[in-house]
Every structure is written in structure tokens, then in C-alpha cells.
Write a protein of this length. Structure first.
Length: 534
């Protein structure tokens, strides 16, 4: 046994990093367990072809920052590493509209728009939110699409967590510009497009540059490459005040994976939807260490109802890799948002997740369509999958819709996991998450026409009729008691005082926009209700 911690935080993404810093600030001893590796700027790969530094797949000794999970009904992209999703996300930090705050899942508890207003302001200040100052080829093409549709006013530059300087001073190192000199020195953005592969240039405001930086400065201990496997309640009245015993093991070593234990007075679960739900299901249904977790666990899982589409230019006249990962956003209609996404030149690994735009229908029909499409266009096939320069010639269009489609996640056995027990999804009869978004396909084809491009969708959508998402949310709904929800209005687990859930699992609705800023604000709110240590 090690010493007893006041709080043990599981995960170091937007929820975990906020929790760790704010708890340490209030005088608590805090330990963070992070399944992924710690990355310094120089450790990020220069190209995602170096997949073992980009993708997280320990089975093949690959320990990167992006994890790809396949449920039987959805392809999910999520982060890994000290800093969680911030290491490889597209930096977008925009506030949702009022529909989120009026969502049925939580509106009876508070006036959330008013309650969260100061926490959004704090999150923006900590994450260094700024409007993108420069637009490039992909953005200007998206603007042309908007203009052609008569809605150019609905096109705008994004608000992102990146340090920008004057165009003449890009790549310049400067003293900490955010925290009155108390933070790390930084460098201004060079618009290289490498945000989602990992910023090697010290310009992206990842969590190790702000929340985690101060957390460690205040005494937080971060243990990377550790995976929590179980939470066991301790008898009331322990001499050290511990409430829970936590079992954890190495997430990266082949040998030495024996379970270790530590004690905590309180626990904050911030492992993201996939990590948090997996752990809670294990504790309730496998080890039975927390058997009284709500039966609502895994309900109301949702996404931004998104589709990953795009186009690859047949020529190299324009370089579509320049700019921050997402520099522009277009409100195509009252419920559809389109964002132009880029990878840096030379990072073309993600081309293998692309397929011809879906025509719908059963599996054999989709396979036949894809085979015929490429058979009749062999040169386009080479451009899409073989020839160099894909990242420089390609724009991914992230299509998101403000809609309340959702699914359930449960423990089960899936053919995708060779019938091993794990998380499986169950689409709900009403409001199932669609695999194809017609509005996005129309805009994708228009975008492709303007760049003499090859339109494409995601492999999961085009061949398997399966939606893909980079924004998985929900699964721990809020409720007044255990029959109505997994957590209360302060995000504490019903029946288990001292265990909190603070990550995307608590999102009560689809925000209609990238959720990172909202998760950060929710974490600030949760920590504001924990009293300073006496």
C-alpha cells in the first residue's frame, strides 16, 4: 500500500486536468492515473505514418495519442496520453447555443446557461481561446460553397486554443502570454496543419501547457501508463479516512502487469466515455465491487451526429494542409455545421479510413458500389490510396448536426471483438444515430467540384453503414436518485459518496458543436462545489 490520497483522478483530459488543478489549489493531495504515455513536444511524430507514435494499440506495441475503438454499431476516435484528447484534437473551443442548456436531461436542476456562464469564461481564459486570424485554401473553398448557397454570412473563422502572433512573427518564442509569466514559455503558430498529429512547435494550448502545468506546480502527482481496473469501497471509519481502494496496473508493459493498490478518500472518474463506462460496468457487473450503480448506466449515449467526409484534389495546384486543424466553420442550415479539417503534409495515414460516399442499402450493395466506383476510376483510386501527397491534396469535412439521436452502451460480446466481453452499443428504435447525412453529402460534392476533387466518406459509413464519431458523449445521465440517473447535479455517483464523474460522460445533450469547451466548463463547475481543505 502507498500513502492515502485525498483525491485520485482517473484520466488527464479536459475533465481530469481541471479537477486535478482545482483540487490541488484547494489544498488536497491529488494523484492522477493516466493510461496513455507522457508526450513532450519533441516526442510527437512528424508524420502519422509513424503509427506507433500516433495510434494507441498496445497489442502491437503502438502507444500514440489517438485511440480507435469499434463498437458493433459505431467507429469511435478518442484520445490517449497525459493531456487526453487535447494532444490530438482540432483545438476548436466554441460555445454551444441555448438548446443545450434547455435539454430535458438536466434543465430541472438549474438554469444552466446562467450557472455555467462564469465557468465558460474561466475555461476560455485557461485554454487561451482566440479566433483564427488566417484562412487558407480549404477554408476559402468552404467559403465559396457557402457563397454559392447564398449563406456566406454563416461562414466564420473558428475560435481555437492556439497561440497566434503577427504573420511576420510566426514561430517566435515568447515568455508566457497567458498567466502573468507564471506559465511556460510559448511559441506562436506556424499554421503547419499538424495539430491533430501533435504540435511539435509549442503553439497549441494543450492541457500540459495550462491546467496540468499548474496542477503539477501545485504538487499533483501524475502516473502515466497506469490503468485503473477496480474500485473497492473500504469499511466506514478507516483510520486514514480512506473510502476506496483502487486497483491499477501497467497499460504498456508486456511483463510486470501485476495489480497494485492504493487508497483514496475520493475518486474522480475522467477517463472519457469509453474508459469511464468500461470501468463502471466492470465494477457493477463483473467484480461487483460497486453493485449499486444506477441501472441507467450506459443510457443516453450520443454524438454530435456527425459524418466524416471530404475530397481529394486531382491536382497539386493548392496545398490544403496549411492552417490550423480546423480554421473555419459553416452553419449550412439551422441544424448542420460543416468544418474544414486538415492534416499536415506527409501525414496521409488516415486515407485508409476513407471510402466512396455511401449510397445506402445493405452491405453487399455498398461493397458493390465501392468496387465499381474504383474500377471505373483507377487513377482516382491511386490518388486516394497509393500516390504520395494525399494530405496536401485533401480536405476532410466534419459534418455535425444538432439532433438528439442516441444509443445505449452495455456490457456484452461483440463479433467485432471476436466475441470477447466488452462494451457493445444498442441503437434505440427512435432516434438512432444515422450513418449517412444527406446535407453533408451535398456540400461535400459541391466542395469536390470546386477543387476538381474526388468526394469521399468514411470507411465505416461507406462500406458498413456504421456512423463514425470523434465526439462520443453521455452514458452517465443526471437524475434525482439512482432510478433516474447515474449522477446527481454535482456529478457525484448515486450510492457512492466521494466518487465523481467529470468528463464527456456527463454531457446531457448534443451541443451541436465540438464539446471540449463545454466539458471544461462543466469540470470547473463541479470543482467549484468542493470546499477548500480545512
Amino acid at each position: 500500500m502507498t500513502s492515502t490520497w485525498d483525491y485520485v483522478v482517473i484520466g488527464s483530459g479536459f475533465g481530469g486536468s481541471v479537477s486535478a488543478m482545482r483540487l490541488a489549489e484547494k489544498g488536497y493531495s491529488v494523484l492522477v492515473l493516466e493510461k496513455g504515455k507522457r508526450y513532450r513536444d519533441k516526442d510527437f511524430t512528424k508524420s502519422n505514418w509513424v503509427f506507433w507514435k500516433y495510434l494507441w494499440k498496445p497489442l502491437i506495441r503502438s502507444f500514440g495519442i489517438l485511440q480507435v475503438s469499434l463498437l458493433d454499431g459505431m467507429l469511435i476516435l478518442h484520445g490517449s496520453g497525459v493531456g487526453g484528447g487535447s494532444l490530438g484534437y482540432a483545438n476548436v473551443l466554441m460555445e454551444p447555443d441555448d438548446a443545450l442548456f434547455d435539454a430535458p436531461g438536466w434543465r430541472r436542476f438549474a438554469d444552466w446557461k446562467t450557472v455555467l456562464r462564469p465557468h465558460y469564461a474561466t475555461a476560455k481564459r485557461m485554454l487561451g481561446v482566440a479566433r483564427t486570424p488566417r484562412l487558407f485554401a480549404a477554408d476559402e473553398t468552404l467559403r465559396l460553397v457557402a457563397k454559392e448557397r447564398g449563406t456566406e454570412s454563416a461562414f466564420q473563422a473558428t475560435e481555437v486554443g492556439v497561440l497566434f502572433g503577427e504573420e511576420s512573427a510566426e514561430g517566435q518564442q515568447i515568455p508566457d502570454p497567458y498567466f502573468a509569466g507564471e506559465g511556460p514559455d510559448r511559441s506562436t503558430c506556424i499554421h503547419c496543419g499538424a495539430c491533430m498529429v501533435g504540435c511539435r512547435h509549442n503553439a497549441k494550448n494543450t492541457l500540459p501547457k495550462n491546467y496540468l502545468y499548474f496542477a503539477e506546480k501545485y504538487g499533483v502527482k501524475i502516473l502515466a501508463e497506469r490503468e485503473l481496473t477496480d474500485i473497492r469501497p473500504l469499511p466506514v471509519g478507516e483510520d486514514d479516512g480512506a473510502g476506496y481502494e483502487l486497483h491499477h496496473r501497467s497499460s504498456t508493459s508486456v511483463l510486470g502487469r501485476s495489480t497494485q493498490r492504493l487508497r483514496a478518500r475520493n475518486v474522480v472518474l475522467s477517463a472519457g466515455v469509453m474508459g469511464t463506462l468500461k470501468l463502471l460496468f466492470h465494477c457493477r457487473d463483473v467484480s461487483a465491487s460497486l453493485p449499486n450503480i444506477s441501472p441507467r448506466l450506459g443510457d443516453q449515449v450520443r454524438t454530435n451526429q456527425e459524418a466524416l467526409q471530404g475530397a481529394t484534389s486531382r491536382t497539386a495546384k493548392q496545398d490544403f494542409s496549411q492552417g490550423v486543424a480546423i480554421a473555419s466553420t459553416y452553419q449550412a442550415d439551422e441544424r448542420t455545421i460543416i468544418q474544414a479539417v486538415r492534416y499536415p503534409a506527409g501525414s496521409s495515414l488516415m486515407r485508409y479510413l476513407a471510402a466512396p460516399l455511401s449510397t445506402g442499402g445493405h452491405l453487399l450493395k455498398r461493397l458493390a458500389h465501392a468496387a465499381l466506383y474504383w474500377l471505373l476510376r483507377p487513377i482516382d483510386f491511386l490518388r486516394a490510396y497509393i500516390l504520395p501527397g494525399w494530405a496536401s491534396r485533401t480536405t476532410i469535412l466534419l459534418v455535425m448536426q444538432r439532433a438528439e439521436s442516441r444509443m445505449r452502451i452495455r456490457l456484452g460480446r461483440s463479433p467485432w471483438a471476436l466475441f470477447r466481453r466488452g462494451l457493445v452499443s444498442q441503437q434505440q428504435e427512435h432516434g438512432a444515430i444515422p450513418a449517412t447525412l444527406d446535407e453533408g453529402q451535398q456540400i461535400t460534392r459541391s466542395f469536390a467540384d470546386k477543387i476538381n476533387g474526388i468526394p469521399a466518406g468514411s470507411l465505416s459509413e461507406g462500406l458498413f453503414g456504421m456512423p463514425a464519431t470523434a465526439h462520443i458523449m453521455g452514458g452517465c445521465p443526471m437524475g434525482e436518485d439512482v432510478d433516474q440517473g447515474v449522477i446527481d447535479q454535482h456529478f457525484q455517483l448515486h450510492n457512492y459518496p466521494g466518487i465523481y464523474v467529470v468528463d464527456g460522460s456527463i454531457m446531457p445533450a448534443n451541443p451541436g458543436i465540438n464539446p471540449s469547451l463545454t466539458i471544461t466548463a462543466l469540470a470547473e463547475y463541479a470543482m467549484s462545489h468542493i470546499q477548500r481543505k480545512v
